[in-house]
Each structure stands twice: as C-alpha cells, then as structure tokens.
Design a protein around this ligand. Structure first.
Ligand code: C5P
Length: 234
C-alpha cells in the first residue's frame, strides 16, 4: 500500500451563512466553481498522491460538476458534522493507503490555497511525530462576551492563532483521534482539536492570509482579488 501524502476534502456542508441557492463550494469563482479550484490546487501539488472527497448524500450539485484533476479522486458520503465527513473519507483512505500516510485535510471552501503553503506544511511537519496545521496569528484585540453581548473579558492575543487548513496528520493517528472524540460525544470543529483531545500536541505553521474560507457572500469577491494577486495581476 502506498504511503506519502494524500488529501481529504470535507465538502458535505450546506453553508447556511452564505444564503445562496446552493452550497458555497458550488458557487462560481472566476472560470471555475469554488470546489474545482480547491481540488485542482491540491491535485497539482507533486507530492499529493490522491484525494478523497466527502459529499453530502443528498447533494444534487456534485453530479453536475465535471472535475478534471491530475491524480486519483475518490468520493464518499459526508456525515452530520465536518468531523464525521472526514472520518468517512479516512475509512475509504484506509483501504488505499498505509497507516503512516500523511493526510492533509483541507476545506472545500478554501479555493485560494497556495502551493507554497502546502510546501511550508510539508517541510515543517514531515519529520514531526504528530503533525499540525496552517494558521494565522490573531492581530485584533479579542473579547469574550456574555450571551447578551456584554464584554466579560479581554483575551491576551499573544500566542493566539486562527486555525485554517490543510491540517496534516498520520492516517492512523487522525482516524483513532476522531473516533475517540466521536465515541465520547466531543464536538470537534477541526482535526487538531481531536488530536489535542487524545493528548497529543499538534504544531502551528503560519500560512498566507489569502487562504480564506468562503463563508459569506463578500468572501467571493475577496477570493477573486486574492487569485488575481497570486497571478501577479493585483
Ligand atoms: O461549515 P464550515 O465552513 O466550518 O465547513 C468547513 C468545511 O467542512 C466545508 O468544506 C464543508 O463543506 C465541510 N463540511 C462537511 N460536512 C459537514 C459540515 C461541513 O464536509 N457535515
């Protein structure tokens, strides 16, 4: 069985915050759909051997997309939460790749990922025992409020990061960490949280600020601007 690097793309979200007629990964961004950009950026990295994507069971859009990528692409059904979608993809990957394979989990809704950011992650973590993720240092002052928006505290921003993706862990470690979180009903919103939950210590690797997640409609214009800048047009 192969080891090396594989990508897992959770794409089974319905994107309620976007308020559009379709999930955000199927919105048009320049000449392609968001999801096509994302898959092509992963597939075109020379170290990525293949991709497993998780699509919602009732997804009517995916069958209409003609994705052309330069590596094997496998499709599984997603689950109720992001972590369930990732776990389904890892189950499939276990039939294709060795236990020590590095898995890069990347949100379908982050179409601006640079090859350079993948390189950074690979060179920072390939010899690491646990793995880690791309993130950005928090630049703003951070407040915690009560449910009725009254400020309860100001949080020291030093050493605070915004977690993004890809998040890179060994297949067998990530799978057992996600299973453990699921069995104990712990909600994890990223892979690193599951790894932390089982007592391991992932590493943060600083990425580029343009690796945004399309969440609200104004993000599409921003993603287009970042793509133009990446081509040297900005
Ligand atoms: O909702 P959010 O923006 O955090 O979703 C991040 C990624 O996880 C998206 O690519 C989305 O499609 C995916 N997701 C999933 N299964 C779910 C929920 C979200 O694959 N049940």
């Amino acid at each position: 069985m192969s080891s090396g690097f594989w990508a897992v793309v959770p794409a089974a979200g319905i994107g309620e915050r976007m308020q559009s007629d379709r999930p955000k990964q199927y919105l048009q961004l320049e000449d392609k759909l968001v999801i096509e950009h994302t898959l092509q950026r992963l597939a075109s990295h020379p170290e990525i051997k293949g991709i497993v994507i998780a699509i919602a069971q009732e997804d009517e859009w995916w069958p209409t997309v003609s994705v052309v990528v330069s590596c094997p692409l496998y499709v599984v059904h997603g689950g109720e939460q992001r972590s369930h979608s990732v776990l389904n993809a890892l189950d499939k990957l276990s039939t294709l790749a060795a236990d020590d394979t590095w898995v890069l989990v990347h949100d379908a809704a982050r179409p601006c990922l640079r090859q350079e950011d993948i390189d950074r992650l690979l060179s920072a973590l390939s010899n690491h025992d646990v793995g880690g993720l791309l993130g950005l240092p928090v630049n703003d002052t951070v407040k915690r409020t009560s449910n009725d928006d009254v400020i309860m505290e100001t949080i020291e921003r030093r050493n605070l990061w915004r977690a993004s993706t890809p998040q890179m862990f060994r297949l067998v470690i990530l799978k057992s960490a996600l299973q453990a979180s699921r069995e104990q009903n712990i909600t994890v919103t990223d892979e690193a949280s599951a790894i932390e939950f089982v007592g391991l210590e992932p590493v943060m690797v600083e990425g580029h600020a343009d690796n945004i997640k399309i969440t609200v409609s104004t993000d599409l214009a921003l993603a287009q601007l970042f793509m133009q800048q990446q081509r040297g047009e900005g």
